[in-house]
Design a protein around this ligand. Structure first.
Ligand SMILES: *Cc1c(COP(=O)(O)O)cnc(C)c1O
Length: 356
């Protein structure tokens, strides 16, 4: 039986979007491919509130996260972590031999503008990475405030992980001064996994050109240059199937209205938060709680694994806590094309199973 997914990626994909994945192939060096890729970039610029270039990558989002630190760091990266995905960004830097320091918040708390200011004021760092929406702890960082601080350090390249928020919450790339803003298709954009995307500022591009050993597949300079030279085509064969579906889904998002979509997730989050507080508790400080998923503290010490087994029998699945938060928390996603009706339904089924 197919289970309806309430996990923070991959998400349920609408049948009409899935159908676009089955579009007959075209050559990746054709005019049609150029038109398709340019069309996606234009629509993503709207969704990301940016005038900068868009890069598509046939990989998951992690590929571009690694690309960002590898392509832009000459001195050292300041990685701000509010959960597992921040930790992973630090690991990526270390694994590539890139000097990096990690600045952790207590899990459930945000990165603060003060923390960022204090670190960047040392002058040790030329790249900063921030997680917009941390999918392990359910934190949505206060980017308006954090970005104001980063703007005080114009020599620093600002990389932002919006993997679990782009398309589900407002991400103002140019207003916030983000140089590289990264997302994947399998979360708020509502597509299968396999394609990632980022914005790339002219400033980040110019900086990357001066960095050695950027690799090749994930070299942002190579990707950018090829797009310019070959009319939006890519150095290697991209997942055109994802591109057909993404182009279509971006039209649907624009038809729905970006603000409507962002508000829809906020309203769903409010319902799940109220439910969490009634029956359990939330892990995140509510002031900084994510709009696209909720991490619930397992205050009743239920077996989350058993709950998911029971849910599976009824055609649903939620997420256990991530990493060290396994069984201590569980997560309910309310992203992509999930409706309020579906959110309320899964909460009702959980109540029924647990006898709440
Ligand atoms: C899912 C996720 C990632 C990893 O993205 P992949 O597409 O799986 O590589 C990174 N950061 C956050 C916040 C995520 O939710």
């Amino acid at each position: 039986m197919h289970k309806s997914l309430f996990i923070p990626g991959p998400v349920n994909v609408r049948p009409d979007v899935l159908e676009k994945m089955a579009t007959p192939m075209i050559g990746h060096r054709t005019k049609e491919a150029s038109v398709l890729q340019r069309s996606i970039s234009d629509k993503l610029r709207t969704l990301m509130y940016t005038k900068e270039e868009i890069i598509l990558s046939t990989s998951s989002g992690s590929g571009l996260m690694e690309a960002a630190v590898k392509s832009c760091t000459k001195k050292k990266v300041a990685v701000f972590a509010v959960g597992a995905f921040g930790e992973r960004w630090h690991k990526m830097a270390v694994a590539n031999g890139i000097p990096a320091d990690r600045f952790d918040s207590e899990w459930g708390q945000p990165t603060t503008p003060e923390m960022v200011d204090e670190a960047l004021a040392t002058g040790e760092y030329d790249v900063v990475t921030i997680t917009h929406n941390e999918t392990s702890t359910g934190i949505m960082n206060p980017l308006a405030e954090i970005s104001e601080v980063i703007k005080k350090y114009p020599e620093v390249i600002f990389c932002l992980d919006t993997v679990s928020s782009l398309g589900g919450a407002k991400i103002e790339v140019d207003k916030w001064g983000v140089d590289i803003c990264i997302a994947s298709t399998q979360k708020c954009l509502g597509l299968p996994a396999g394609l990632a995307l980022c914005s790339l500022s002219q400033k980040a591009y110019e900086k990357a050109k001066t960095v050695e050993n950027r690799g090749l597949y994930f070299d942002l300079v190579e990707l950018y240059n090829t797009i310019q030279k070959k009319d939006y085509q890519y150095p290697s064969t991209p997942s055109l199937s994802h591109m057909f579906a993404l182009d279509y889904q971006l039209d649907r998002i624009m038809e729905e209205g970006m603000e409507n979509r962002f508000n829809k997730h906020l309203e769903q989050a409010q319902v799940v938060r109220a439910w969490a507080k009634k029956h359990f508790d939330m892990l995140a400080d509510e002031q900084y709680a994510s709009n696209t998923l909720t991490t619930i503290k397992n205050t009743k010490e239920i077996s989350v694994a058993d709950l998911n087994k029971e849910l599976a029998k009824r055609g649903f699945t939620i997420s256990n806590g991530y990493g060290a938060l396994k069984e201590k928390t569980f997560r309910i996603a309310h992203m992509a094309d999930t409706t309020m009706e579906e959110v309320k339904e899964v909460l009702g089924v959980i109540e029924d199973i647990l006898g709440l």
